[in-house]
Design a protein around this ligand. Structure first.
Ligand SMILES: *Cc1c(COP(=O)(O)O)cnc(C)c1O
Length: 452
């Protein structure tokens, strides 16, 4: 029967999710509360209203409702690119000679090229519904900026994107797409904010950082009437929206009586992984199944595998609330790595708690071995993966090779979060042998360690 599983499974419309799943509601121990950095007290929802849309602030603190209706307008938009296909990687299995059955959920089939559109469209919807005048955000590698620009174009909502100057200069076509969708895009640091001007005065030639871009985007939002700031990862609300990835995957596997022994995802701030694993983790928490859950991170930015589980700021400029999470310290600047979307010092507080309590494992890989997996995968499966996604591919290949040794026919599911068309410079470096691996020393990690 299992031989009849198609190469590409598309969930029928009547089985596609109409609600997001909020895993926190089913966690026996909740992630520790966000704290107000001024008072050290748990944040109240009203305290988030000046920065975030009200409904999103409520979702952020909601630890009780397991299921939240996806608004009709968001569902309509999802229909333009969802359900995303669940692929059976037959050719990869054959290439590896593994008895494992490998599945991947492919989120790169929309123009923005990644899973980030799942949350971008929801966030833009709530901003529009609240009657806001516009949004601000930051983008590093550019995937989040692109997704949010698409979503804001749909709802005719003005958007200002602060893009880290280094990537702004390195990825000119990323910024052209964002511009085409009608968003204003400003290289950060810029002279449009106090934060940006201060940094420019100190370091005129700097290529910027995510922390600095966040400070500029937050300042722009709070100093402009009717504007709010939105974020594309880390937050509970983002993991909530991304639960569509896991819900669709589980339903698609069920059509063929399949259930994963192992679920693998790359982890930057944790949004795709949190979304992919959500319904499987529910089964695990409620004792219905016991799949292994594996987070994959870059060796250059190893938050889970080498960070500490403490309260820390979510940004470098220390303007955001304090979150208890695995962190390398908000001052940690990761070494050069082409998986821009994984260069974040912290990790989703929810995933941090699950990892801390032993429900999840984590592993880190150096970028040359990750690009090796990307190249191998692209040749057999015909999809050019994003460097971030390739971390999950690396781990899936290694787990499938272990199955080859033991002869176990495990079912492996991994998240293929996006495409890598704007990362060809990185692919070139890998192919011509000039790519290097950067791994922080213990002394470097100690230097940026969080204080709390
Ligand atoms: C942003 C991004 C990631 C990492 O972000 P998470 O919030 O950890 O999911 C992974 N893959 C792609 C393609 C991305 O754009």
């Amino acid at each position: 029967m299992k031989a009849n599983i198609p190469n590409r499974i598309i969930l029928p419309e009547e089985k596609t999710p109409t609600q997001w799943y909020n895993l926190r509601a089913d966690m026996p121990e909740k992630p520790p509360a966000l704290l107000n950095p001024g008072t050290g007290e748990p944040l109240k929802v009203e305290e988030l209203f000046p920065i975030f849309c009200e409904e999103l602030a409520r979702q952020e603190l909601n630890n009780t409702d397991a299921w939240i209706d996806i608004p009709g307008e968001v569902l309509d938009y999802y229909k333009t690119f969802r359900p995303s296909p669940l692929h059976r990687a037959y050719r990869l299995e054959e290439e590896l000679g593994t008895p494992a059955r490998i599945y991947f959920k492919f989120e790169g089939n929309n123009t923005s090229g990644s899973h980030k559109l799942n949350s971008a469209i929801a966030q833009a919807y709530y901003a529009k519904a609240q009657g806001l005048r516009g949004l601000t955000t930051e983008t590093g590698a550019g995937q989040w900026g692109t997704a949010l620009a698409m979503a804001c174009a749909h709802f005719k909502l003005p958007l200002t994107v602060y893009m880290v100057k280094g990537s702004y200069n390195q990825k000119p076509y990323r910024r052209s797409i964002i511009h085409t969708f009608g968003a204003e895009i400003i290289p950060s640091p810029s002279d449009t904010t106090n934060a940006g001007r201060a940094i420019l005065a100190q370091m005129p030639g700097t290529t910027g950082s995510l922390g600095c871009a966040i400070s500029e985007a937050v300042e722009k939002a709070v100093t402009n009437e009717g504007f709010r700031y939105v974020l594309g990862s880390v937050l509970n609300q983002v993991l909530l929206h991304q639960s569509v990835i896991g819900l669709e995957s589980k339903a698609a596997l069920e059509l063929y009586d399949e259930y994963p022994d192992l679920v693998i995802g790359c982890a930057g701030g944790g949004s795709n992984l949190g979304g992919l694993i959500a319904p499987f983790m529910q089964d695990k928490l409620q004792g219905r199944a016991n799949p292994r859950i594996l987070a994959v991170e870059p060796a250059s930015c190893p938050s889970l595998t080498r960070g500490k589980y403490v309260y820390d700021f979510c940004d470098t400029a220390k303007v955001t609330p304090l979150a208890k999470m695995y962190t390398l310290g908000s001052g940690f600047i990761p070494g050069a790595n082409h998986a821009g979307g994984l260069r974040y010092h912290g990790m989703s507080p929810m995933l941090s708690k699950l990892y801390h309590d032993g429900y999840m494992e984590a592993v880190s890989y150096e970028q040359t071995t990750v690009f090796g997996a990307a190249a191998e995968f692209s040749k057999v499966e015909g999809i050019l993966p994003a460097p971030e996604s390739a971390h999950a591919i690396r781990a899936a290949i290694d787990e499938a090779l272990k199955c080859k040794e033991t002869g176990e026919a495990k079912t492996i599911l991994f998240g293929l979060t996006g495409t890598g068309y704007f990362d060809m410079t990185a692919y070139e470096q890998y192919l011509n042998g000039t790519m290097s691996d950067v791994i922080p020393t213990d002394a470097q990690l100690e230097a940026s360690e969080p204080q709390s």
